[in-house]
Design a protein around this ligand. Structure first.
Ligand code: NAD
Length: 295
């Protein structure tokens, strides 16, 4: 069965390659023509027409930067909606805004087109290995139908509720992730000031109750090495934090930690270069502390 995939960046490109490895025939599109050419060479069908892609694919996946891009790619005059047939399924892997997702889903539903939100977590290595965590929202029957396809990209697939629910938990997960990154940076810088070695501290934390994905992976592999190349952009992290804190504000929920974390990351974004990886957040703490988080 042909699968359409739009957005061949860090995450989408890896998901597309994984699907091809699993034997799926892909038809892909990205505004970046170099990426399209790479995938043409790999054997994917490429197109510059969204309706044409939609006409030839029963399942279409979007792995795009944000909700506005998803909305235009799906609903604009030359968008996917003009090509998708009733019964076909749009699977939005983008980390997006739940309210926009339900709005897009309603427009598709009016034409009998189904939609799931299925954002992912786990980073680039797990995407390459088909080991992503997938959190899906939408109709249960559609989810069950699409599950074998999701199993090709992830190893931990959870149906979390109605359309948009996946996008809600995704940004809440990233709120936790941004918080653990920020506090790990602070704890390490304090320890360095006290004469401790960062790698020894990480070794201890990773065998103790402070263990988290940043202490286990991001700091040892991307900060201590000074590579700052996790593959998840600062702008994308800040987008997710904006969505999460908007939800918290709309629901009038306590936001003591979330608001602080949001402000810290916004500040780090304002200090970082365009296109920077989110791990350069550590440099902000280094600058404020007058030290470097390295051995
Ligand atoms: P990216 O910036 O590397 O890739 C986005 C791709 O979308 C680019 O190739 C860009 O050219 C393309 N694009 C932009 N506008 C387009 C349009 N109108 N039509 C077609 N293509 C268009 O971003 P990414 O890291 O791959 O992230 C994609 C999504 O996945 C984001 O929503 C992000 O939050 C989420 N995500 C990323 C990671 C990660 O580790 N990188 C992890 C989980 C979730």
């Amino acid at each position: 069965m042909n699968i359409g995939l739009i957005g061949l960046g860090n995450m989408g490109g890896r998901i597309a390659k994984r699907l091809m490895e699993r034997g799926h025939q892909l038809c892909v599109y990205d505004v970046n023509s170099d990426l399209l050419e790479d995938f043409r060479t790999l054997g994917a069908k490429t197109t510059d027409s969204l309706p044409d892609l939609a006409r030839s694919c029963y399942y279409v996946m979007t792995v795009l930067p944000n909700a506005d891009v998803v909305k235009s790619v799906v609903l604009e005059k030359e968008g996917l909606i003009t090509g998708m047939e009733p019964g076909n399924v749009l699977i939005d892997i983008t980390s997006s805004v739940p309210d926009v997702t339900t709005e897009v889903g309603e427009s598709l539903d009016q034409r009998g087109i189904r939609m799931l939100d299925a954002p992912v977590s786990g980073g680039l290595k797990r995407a390459e290995e088909g080991e992503l965590a997938v959190m899906a929202g939408g109709d249960e029957k559609t989810f069950s139908e699409v599950l074998p396809l999701l199993n090709d990209i992830g190893s931990n697939i959870t149906h979390v509720g109605e359309l948009g629910a996946g996008h809600t938990i995704k940004v809440l997960n990233n709120l936790v992730s941004a918080t653990t990154f920020a506090i790990t940076a602070e704890a390490l810088s304090i320890g360095i000031k006290k004469g401790l070695s960062p790698s020894k501290m990480l070794e201890v934390i990773n065998h103790s109750t402070g263990r988290n994905n940043s202490s286990e992976n991001k700091f040892p592999q991307h900060v201590l090495t000074r590579k700052f190349d996790v593959g998840f952009a600062m702008d994308l992290m800040c987008k997710d934090l904006t969505i999460a804190t908007d939800i918290i504000r709309n629901e009038k929920m306590p936001a003591f930690v979330s608001d602080t974390v949001y402000q810290l990351w916004q500040y780090a974004q304002s200090k970082s270069e365009k296109g920077a990886d989110h791990s350069v957040y550590a440099k902000l703490i280094e600058e404020m502390s007058g030290l470097e988080i390295k051995d």
